[in-house]
Design a protein around this ligand. Sequence first.
Ligand code: MD6
Ligand code: FE
Length: 209
Amino acid sequence: MSAPQQRLELAPGCIWWPGYLDRAAQETLLAEVEAALVEAPLFTPRMPRTGQPFSVRMSNFGPLGWVSDEAGYRYQSFHPDTRKPWPAMPALLEAAWRALSGAAAPAEAALINWYDPGAKMGLHQDRDEQDLTAPVLSLSLGDTALFRYGGTERRTPTKSIRLASGDALVLAGPSRLAFHGIDRILTGTSTLLGRPGRFNLTLRRVSPP
Ligand code: MD6
Ligand code: FE
């Protein structure tokens, strides 16, 4: 299912597996994402208070999903527009979580981020989970993204890597609350989707163990 693995520790607890998913696994996961988006279409999250729309559109797999609007960032069990439960977590994501997260409990949420060319994600911390001891695991599909990561304070100097289709990245331990973001998408770098753009899936444990 996956190619031979090289594991790169970019900083303590920030671990990158370039090409973790081979092409066949990427195609399987992409088909699951496309199917989920029929049931649970991409929605446009909005900033708390200001209501300013994100350039990234989102959906989720699993018992919980991350959403954001004027009322704030939160996890909830249903899609903000359809009000239906999120699609079930695919087996491939459960397997990646078991293999890479080191967490005892299963992931409860897989946030699907969609980047059109031109979309980006500002420097942020993932801190809306009640359980901040479990890592966050990300998997990417489609065009390569310029991923920036720093330390646990916004002013800490940052470094950048190119996250390509099939890459896995974990923020754990000392890097669990590291600031990170996506500066831009490099279009034309992947043939997986057959169109420009990128999916990123982030798997999280939300509830305390
Ligand atoms: C992205 N990733 O790759 C955005 N969060 O599109 C994230 O925000 C992220 O890659 C937590 C852990 C790993 C990540
Ligand atoms: Fe994040």
